[in-house]
Design a protein around this ligand. Structure first.
Ligand code: SAH
Length: 672
């Protein structure tokens, strides 16, 4: 059977019908999965193994048979650890079919066929009894069902069910316990991901300040967690206001309740400041004594020797509904609330003792101003970037005249407001704002002269930014929209940005390479089947794809100079033919070529450009500084070359890049 799915092409904007291959989603999921990253997480693996060995020993010491339930077995790794540690039998549950199939193969290859039964079900569908999936209840419960927020992948309901139906009372659990920690901080940088700061516009008749409406000011934002590599946040970007405190602890060896709950912790500010952000992370104790601990604590909390890079578990940033001034030594109360899958926080000043003891449950935050639904966190950060705004203002001033008729094509853009404050008379926009700015609710190709009051557009602007963009070149939609509205443009129209350029650079990643690199063996177990499966999925449809990553979170060093590879002239319409280029870049530094990074630079006007990628190469080692608001495209090479000696410096990477103007797709090929 063939299924066709409709979607709007992110680059061309065209509605298109894609033949949905039922395997396509599987392959995407496997190719982009975190399994490899987990298997590269040595710290996690070693500690699980220690915890599992200890649990099996405790059961054996009691003279019992060790029957293990491994929920979410993935590759079967934790079950194989248990079997090696002497467990009598393991039930390995995996809901994701391709992984369950892989687990069967891996278990067999490693010689555990008699000890491990892989069950391709959701744990809540597993049955126990003589005719059931499991012969009897297990006495060791092993899982790894945690995400950065701990409970976001449904660990709590899964545990709740398992204790009721699948394991014995008094069972051993690995991990034994999880603890969630918080720390209160002030951070202009992080707060800028949640609130729109006043925008300063230097107009000819003096400075004007654009402030956000009060409904936006007071909006609590969206509840979804903001998970980041907090270890990449320099300490100069935030001020610690409290010590680290525990908010929740879950004992996985006892019945678990998943129902919503809240608790309140007392904090004594160590510094006066504005409480804006709650930083949070967790740790897991693999055994009851707490001797085998695996922690996500950031660099300023734990010693660097304990550091393990990982991307499958990071740290959380929670935004308080409003900023609250706190005074050093004056106690405040933080209410932590959770439902089955997520957490959120609220700060209260200390009042009467009674009230402080009360268990106050606050509602999960809901955005009422719409802005948090339109703009994601990096987009808020981008709009709050005064430096960037200044570049747009300077550029707008160069193209705007008092009688300009402007059209803006961008999602949720402030350009019309800026242009208005800079004196543009009329502004049309394919979205918000009233009076001087008219919002046209139509697609570019359906724009009619009547929408524009029969006027011709003299200035066409865009950031460009579109919420549908994932990869840098998806914002070329601006070019397609510009092409669609051509008949409405005056002959001497000014287009801002006037062009865009795709840039490329070869890099060595400090850590990100792990997420796409084969594992071979993991703690002595052969997991190559997974490597093969991932490789097969990456080559599905014979096209390796670039993937978006916010590189400020993933340090890398440049091995080549950055190079412009393609240019897109927005003053002209999109050409019929493809744009392609071939060339080579020299490798300038020693290192491993893990892949190429690609990003866009927009030439707003002749001499003003903004980069959505590389900001600068900060030292002779080639360390890179990236635009903190944008994701860059990363194309991982299928094999890594290492240039060891400077004599290799003549080595070059050749590339062929093709932009298909019909499909809006960029295909690339690199030869090392
Ligand atoms: N245990 C493996 C894999 C962990 S990833 C390891 O430690 O390396 C978590 C896996 O659990 C995923 O493959 C996911 O599909 C599966 N999973 C999550 N919840 C589940 C549930 N309730 N029942 C069965 N599988 C589940």
């Amino acid at each position: 059977m063939k299924t066709f799915c409709g979607r709007a092409n992110p680059t061309t904007g065209a509605m298109e019908w894609l033949e949905e291959d039922e395997n396509y989603d599987y392959h995407q999921e496997i190719a982009r999965s975190r399994y490899a990253d987990m298997l590269h997480d040595k710290d996690r693996n070693v500690k699980y193994y220690q915890g599992i060995r200890a649990a099996v020993s405790r059961v054996k010491e009691r003279g019992e048979k060790a029957v293990v339930l491994d929920i979410g077995t993935g590759t079967g790794l934790l079950s194989m650890m248990a079997a090696s540690a002497g467990a009598d039998f393991c039930y390995a549950i995996e809901v994701f079919k391709p992984m369950a199939n892989a687990a069967v193969k891996i278990v067999e290859k490693n010689g555990f066929r008699d000890k491990i039964k892989v069950i391709n079900k959701h744990s809540t569908a597993v049955t126990v009894g003589p005719d059931g999936d499991m012969q009897c209840r297990a006495n060791i419960l092993v899982t790894e069902l945690f995400d950065t927020e701990l409970i976001g992948e449904g660990a709590l309901p899964t545990y709740e069910h398992a204790h009721k139906y699948l394991v014995q009372e008094g069972c051993e659990a690995v991990p034994h316990r999880a603890t969630v920690y918080v720390q209160l901080v002030e951070s202009k940088r992080m707060w800028s991901w949640n609130k729109l700061f006043p925008v300063h516009v230097e107009a000819e008749d003096g400075e004007k300040i654009i402030v956000s409406p009060s409904e936006m000011e007071n909006c609590p934002g969206v509840p979804s967690v903001c998970d980041i590599q907090l270890n990449q946040m320099p300490s100069s970007d935030f001020t610690v206001l409290s010590d680290v405190v525990t908010v929740f602890s879950v004992d996985f060896s006892k019945p678990v309740r998943s129902a919503s709950t809240s608790c309140r912790v007392q904090l004594e500010p160590v510094k006066s400041g504005k409480a804006q952000i709650v930083l949070s992370w967790w740790d897991i104790d693999m055994d009851p004594s707490g001797m085998i601990n695996c922690t996500m604590a950031p660099y300023w909390v734990k010693s660097t020797s304990a550091f393990q890079w990982r991307d499958h578990w990071m740290q959380c940033v929670y935004f308080l509904p409003n900023e609250e001034p706190v005074l050093k030594g004056e106690k405040v109360y933080l209410t932590a609330c959770r439902d089955e899958y997520s957490l959120w926080y609220k700060l209260q000043k200390a009042r009467g003792e009674e009230e402080n003891k009360a268990d106050v449950c606050v509602e999960s935050p809901v955005c009422w101003c719409q802005a948090h639904l339109l703009w994601n966190r990096p987009r808020f950060g981008e709009l709050n970037d005064q430096n960037r705004t200044r570049q747009y203002i300077k550029s707008l001033m160069k193209v705007l005249k008092t009688d300009s008729i402007c059209l803006c094509i961008s999602d949720g853009s402030l350009l019309p407001v800026l242009a208005h404050y800079l004196g543009a008379k009329r502004f049309f926009k394919a979205n918000h704002l009233e009076d001087k700015i008219k919002i046209i609710e139509t697609r570019p190709e359906l724009l009619m002269s009547s929408h524009l009051e029969d006027k011709k557009i003299s200035v066409l602007v865009g950031e460009p930014f579109f919420t549908t963009s994932l990869l840098p070149w998806h914002n070329l939609y601006f070019w397609y929209a510009r092409t669609a509205v051509t008949s409405h443009l005056a002959s001497n129209v000014a287009v801002l940005p006037q062009s865009a350029a795709l840039h490329m650079m070869i890099v060595e990643f400090q850590d990100l390479w792990r997420i796409r690199s084969p594992c071979g063996t993991c703690e002595g177990f052969d997991v190559q089947t997974l490597d093969d499966m991932i490789k097969n999925s990456m080559n599905f449809r014979e096209s390796r794809e670039a993937e978006p990553h916010p590189l400020w979170e993933y340090p890398c060093k440049s091995l080549s100079d950055p190079q412009e590879v393609l240019r897109f002239d927005f003053r002209e319409t999109v050409p019929e033919h493809s744009l392609s280029t071939e060339g080579s870049v020299n490798l300038l530094r020693k290192g491993k070529s893990h892949g190429a990074v690609l990003w866009m630079e927009y030439h707003l006007v002749a001499d003003i450009s903004i980069s959505t990628g590389l900001m600068q190469i900060s030292n002779e080692k080639g360390n890179c500084e990236w635009n903190p608001h944008c994701k860059q495209a990363v194309y991982f090479f299928s094999s890594v070359i290492e240039s060891e000696a400077l004599s290799d410096l003549h080595s070059a990477v050749t590339y062929a890049i093709n932009f298909n103007t019909k499909t809006g797709e960029i295909a690339m090929d690199f030869k090392l």
